[in-house]
Design a protein around this ligand. Sequence first.
Ligand code: FRU
Length: 450
Amino acid sequence: TTYTEPYRGQFHFSSQGGWMNDPNGLLHHKGTYHFFYQHNPHGLGWDTMHWGHATSTDLVHWTQKPIALEPGVHPGDLWSGAGVVDAANTSGLREGAEDPLVVFSGTNGVSVFYSTDAGRTFKAYDNGRKVVTMPGTSRDPKVFRHAASKRWVMLVWSDEGGNGVNLYSSPDLLDWTFLSRYAAGWLFECPDFFALPVDGDRRGTKWVLTDASGEYVVGDFDGTTFTTDWDEPQRMDHGTNHAGGSFYAGQVFNDMPDDRVVQMAWMGGNQGATWTGNASFPAVLGLRTTGDGVRLTRQPIKELEKLRYRTSSWRGRGLTPATAAKLLRDQSLDTYEVEAEFDVRGATAERFGFKLDVRPGGDAGSEVLYDTRARTLMSAPLEPSRGRVTMRILVDRGQLEVFGNDGLASITRNVAFDPRADSRGVALHVEGGGVRLVSLRIHELAPAWG
Ligand code: FRU
């Protein structure tokens, strides 16, 4: 495959062939990032779940690898789960020079699979025996090293008495002890759990618990119990959030080589003749104090800059609807990134932003607009920050990611841009009055496929 079909993301990961859904077992090991994913290699729809596999050395350029877990070869339902590097060989699964890579999958109980050849092949531990079981329907184990208590921690989604997660701990990844249950009606499928510094560490560290649809709460974890004083979850992304939608089942990488928390999620929906679905572009997560409390931020990883090959810049313009419409008149682009900053103090415009995939008659495939009255960026609430609204927009052939005010708003969407054109118009749009453009940069992005 050459990755050139219509809607095929040029810098968004997709399976070379077949169906993909959730990211699984995200981990870093000795300079290589491993991305596994729910995969059906036999068709374009969800069926016979395998773990597909791809690797990267920079989180941007991915190489398709052979299937990692396969029904018939590996026992059980090979559904979503996590993976860790057992560098200290706590599991005793090491067989040679390589650190064991240990991954967790299964439904209604958790099975362990491991690799002793750096992720090339995986074996079932103890014939797939479930190392954790619980009443009711359960799935989607997330495992990570909890440094403070020097043990492994697992979360499993289950519906026992309503939605929630069970927490377990283990010294060796194989023998698990129940710690506590966190029950919450909102929490459905694919839990993820990680610590983040607040305001870049000026206000300590908090734990974030997320579910598949991208809802989250912020709280504390003492190694046994998660507590939060939040009554309602918040959304970390405002694209459409449902299975088959465009932001689902986000998971962060384990064993990162730096202190970043980097997440990829499943963007369902896009389909070509040979593939279905792709991943969101890796995003760095953070926590920031706002007027409404602590909120999660998502921003594209800085490695994206590797793909930039041509940049156009504009600075300091008072925009009216007419001058805005002229500014980008000649721009027609394929895959690109927009960085824009607007000063909204004294702005009279009702809406401003960008129209994408603008066709000769003026119709646009997508709009990325800030509404100054509703204070929303597309579907996401967003207050100006020090009088400014910023937009960072990643435009791929079938994928659109929008980040407002340094990641306080995140909107991940599938788009059906005109697949016949090899470049598409982009327009600056201002409506109902004026607004000041502080700066604008448009970077054209090269394809990430080798
Ligand atoms: C989420 C999900 C998970 C499950 C997997 C199966 O999209 O339903 O709960 O493990 O997909 O493919």
